[in-house]
Design a protein around this ligand. Structure first.
Ligand code: NDP
Length: 333
């Protein structure tokens, strides 16, 4: 049967303004880094996207290399759009990125004009789209002049291949340099996509203030520390979890006993708030008004629905915040 989106899809989601732009993003966005590649079950991937859209999620985040194999998440997303969402493109904010290794040789990586233009052309073909809403430079390039990378992002917007520009994994000093170049070119940076969760807090040192001062949005990725900040690993490593899979970047080196102990303590605090640990970890990010949207991953529709419910309570008592800091210990920066 053809998919018909829920008519109530905008009733329960919260939409936050992104910096000082005209764009609002759903408080929860869905990332397609894992679970949408050609190693994954296509029907499940399609069901996750439909569930997201029905829940009011408007923002879907991709990159050239998502899969595995690299590029396959964009291909599958393009098919899902074509099969189910024709007529709904204007209700969606779709992003892609380039910056990591995508093809062999000197033009398939980093931040040159040659790479970024070619990569976005390939991404658009794979997704069967005319444009993306946000195009990100995925990581800073220590060799290419920042002026070349930023001028390319500006050009991409002027060509109509992206509506807005984002930066990801930029530390504060290089971010400030980059956004000033973009401002001068007339294409302001819409949003920054950093890694941020209870377990990864570098952005609190200076980036969040810099984003606020410059009125740029913030969309933290891996808010659940790839699943470690959920109930998933509290009692061992389940089969079919990201940690148990042969591909991906969640390894036992990152999933330390210390993190599991902390997650168990956090899980008790979450229970007192009548939240799952995943919901509390997301709400803990959303409590900060500098956060526009939290970019979650999900391997099933039910996981995503669980995460979406986090928006129902993003208020924390001071005592709860202190308990969370205690559970995390002092090694969070
Ligand atoms: P999360 O930290 O949200 O981890 C997602 C994983 O956590 C899921 O695959 C699932 O694990 C588990 N999970 C999710 N929800 C629940 C729940 N409610 N209950 C229990 N377990 C749950 O995010 P990701 O690491 O997937 O990253 C999210 C997105 O961020 C990516 O898809 C991508 O768009 C973006 N990203 C950007 C990067 C960048 O450099 N800019 C780098 C990395 C990600 P399982 O699969 O084991 O079931």
């Amino acid at each position: 049967m053809n998919y018909i989106p829920s008519i109530n899809r905008y009733q329960n989601m919260v939409y936050n303004r992104c910096g000082n732009s005209g764009i609002k993003l759903s408080a929860i966005s869905l990332g397609l880094w894992h679970n949408f590649g050609d190693v994954d079950d296509f029907k499940n991937s399609a069901n996750i996207i439909k569930t997201a859209f029905d829940a009011g999620i408007t923002h879907f985040d991709l990159a050239n290399n998502y899969g595995p194999s690299p590029g396959s998440a964009e291909i599958n997303f393009g098919k899902i759009l074509k099969q189910n969402f024709s007529g709904y493109r204007d209700e969606m904010m779709i992003s892609s990125k380039a910056g990591y290794t995508m093809w062999p040789g000197p033009y398939g990586d980093w931040g040159s004009k040659k790479y970024l233009i070619s990569s976005l052309n390939q991404s658009l073909k794979r997704m069967q789209l005319d444009y993306v809403d946000i195009f990100y430079h995925h990581r800073p390039d220590p060799e290419t002049p920042l002026e070349e990378t930023m001028a390319t992002l500006d050009l991409i917007v002027r060509q109509g291949k992206a509506l807005y520009i984002g930066l990801s994994n930029y530390k504060t000093p290089e971010f400030l340099k980059a956004i000033n170049i973009l401002k001068d070119l007339g294409t302001p940076c819409l949003i920054h996509q950093p890694k941020y969760s209870m377990f990864e807090r570098w952005v609190e040192e200076s980036l969040l203030n810099a984003l606020e001062q410059n009125q740029v949005g913030c969309i933290p990725f891996s808010p659940l520390a790839q699943g470690l900040l959920t109930n998933k690993y509290l009692n061992g490593i389940p089969d079919n979890s990201r940690l148990a899979k042969p591909h991906g970047f969640l390894t036992s080196q990152y999933a330390t006993a210390d993190k599991i102990t902390k997650a168990r303590k956090l899980n008790l605090i979450a229970a007192q708030r009548n939240q799952t640990l995943a919901q509390m970890a997301i709400a803990w990010l959303l409590k900060d008004q500098r956060i526009t949207s939290v970019l979650v991953g999900a391997s099933s529709p039910s996981q995503l629905l669980d995460s979406v419910k986090s928006t129902e309570n993003i208020y924390f008592e001071n005592a709860e915040l202190l308990n969370i800091e205690q559970a995390l210990g002092s090694s969070t920066f």
